[in-house]
Structure formats: C-alpha cells, structure tokens
Design a protein around this ligand. Structure first.
Ligand code: URA
Length: 228
C-alpha cells in the first residue's frame, strides 16, 4: 500500500524497483473495449462483406481524409439499432462510433432506460469523418445510403432509433422535420427488414440545447416501453 504523501522521488524509485512502466502519452483512453458476440456465420459473413465493400469505395474525399472507417459497435444480435450522422474526430481515431462527448451522453441516455452498448447496436449514416465535422452533403449521404440500408437489413433490428435530423432525413425523407417527427413510431422496411422506427434528438444537439433533454426523455421512455 502506498502512503498518500510519499515523496515523488521515492515513488519513482519504487516503481523502477517493481519494474513498472511509467510511460505517459496523450492518447485518449479507449473506454470501449471490443467484445466478441456469438453471431451466426451468416450474419458475420454479411457484416464482413459489407465492411469490405465500404472499404473499397473509390474517389471519396471523406475516405481519403479519414484515419479509420467507422463501421459499427455494440451487439449485432441486438433488437435495437441506433443510427447517428457521421464520425467525429474521436470516432475517426478509434474507429468506433460515438466515443467522444456525444458518445458519453449517448451512454447516459442508454443507461437511463437500462441499456448499454452490449445490449444495442450502433452505426452512422456515413462511415468516414467529414473534415472539420461538417455535415455530410446530400451527395455523400446518397453515396453511403445503400450501405446503411444494407447494414440495417443485416442486423435486422425490431427497433431503429434515428439520432438527429441527418439520420432522419436520410432514412425517412427530406420532407420531414425533427420537431414534428420525433417521438413517433413509424413502420419501415429496409431491404427485407421490417422494423419500427423512432426519431429522437442527436446527443450533440442535446449538449448544445440541454432544455430539449426533457423531449428526448419522452422518446427514450417510448423505446423502453415498446413491446418487441
Ligand atoms: N456523432 C455521430 O453522429 N456519430 C458519431 O459516431 C459520433 C458523433
């Protein structure tokens, strides 16, 4: 047991003595360890094939500027799939969706309805980070739409939660607005997957507009109470 006010020089000597590696770096701690889930060979193959087809995209400036592709995270067997907009800087670095500030809030939102990343599956409309975190263009969304549609079909969730207006407009249509659309169940088909869809606010929006959290809480309770 190390005493609270131990002299730092003595501490360094002690750590050297026990061969402890005192190396510091400024890399973010990856709180999201990859867990492997036992999924059917079919689902695993389909996800792998989809990942490869996204990696093969040509002439895409998003891909050219990004460090990593951000495919998905969570439990591929889950009945609930959350879909955001596009990776940010932290996601680009980690190769995982929602690991930055918005991700922390998403984790809290999940916890509020007794969910976590092991119980849901998470992806984005776009798989590569747009430079300076700008909103993806209509053209970029159009290009990545077949991939997220296929992704939903493979995961085959009973519930799809669209986080924010980019995900909503991409998958429901441009004629709808989030203030009218959030907190309502609609039935949708993505390929062969028939699923119930709900729109709620994006966690990054909720960080900017915390007063809207009460509306998001209504949506979260609808997700919690949905019979699936
Ligand atoms: N915002 C998103 O829409 N997706 C992420 O993965 C991170 C932030």
């Amino acid at each position: 047991m190390i005493k609270k006010n131990t002299n730092p020089i003595k501490l360094i000597r002690y750590f050297k003595f026990i061969n402890y590696n005192l190396i510091y770096n400024n890399k973010a701690i990856n709180r999201y360890k990859k867990v492997s889930y036992e999924i059917s060979d079919d689902k695993a193959d389909n996800l792998e094939r989809l990942k490869k087809s996204i990696q093969k995209i040509k002439n895409c400036s998003l891909k050219d500027c990004a460090t990593n592709m951000v495919f998905g995270d969570g439990n591929p067997k889950s009945k609930i799939m959350f879909i955001g907009e596009a990776p940010g800087a932290n996601e680009d670095e980690e190769g995982l969706p929602f690991v930055g500030r918005a991700g922390l809030l998403l984790d809290k939102m999940l916890a509020a309805i007794d969910l976590d990343r092991k119980k849901v599956y998470i992806s984005n409309i776009i798989n590569y980070r747009p430079p300076e975190n700008r909103r993806p263009t209509d053209e970029e969304i159009k290009r990545y739409l077949p991939f997220i549609t296929k992704h939903i079909e493979i995961i085959d969730p009973k519930i799809v939660v669209l986080l924010g207006s980019t995900a909503m407009n991409a998958l429901i249509g441009n004629e709808v607005v989030i203030s009218k659309m959030r907190g309502k169940w609609i039935e949708k088909k993505f390929g062969n997957c028939k699923t119930s869809v709900i729109v709620t606010f994006h966690p990054a929006f909720l960080i900017r507009q915390p007063a809207q959290k009460k509306m998001a809480w209504i949506d979260l309770k609808m997700i919690r109470d949905k019979k699936i």
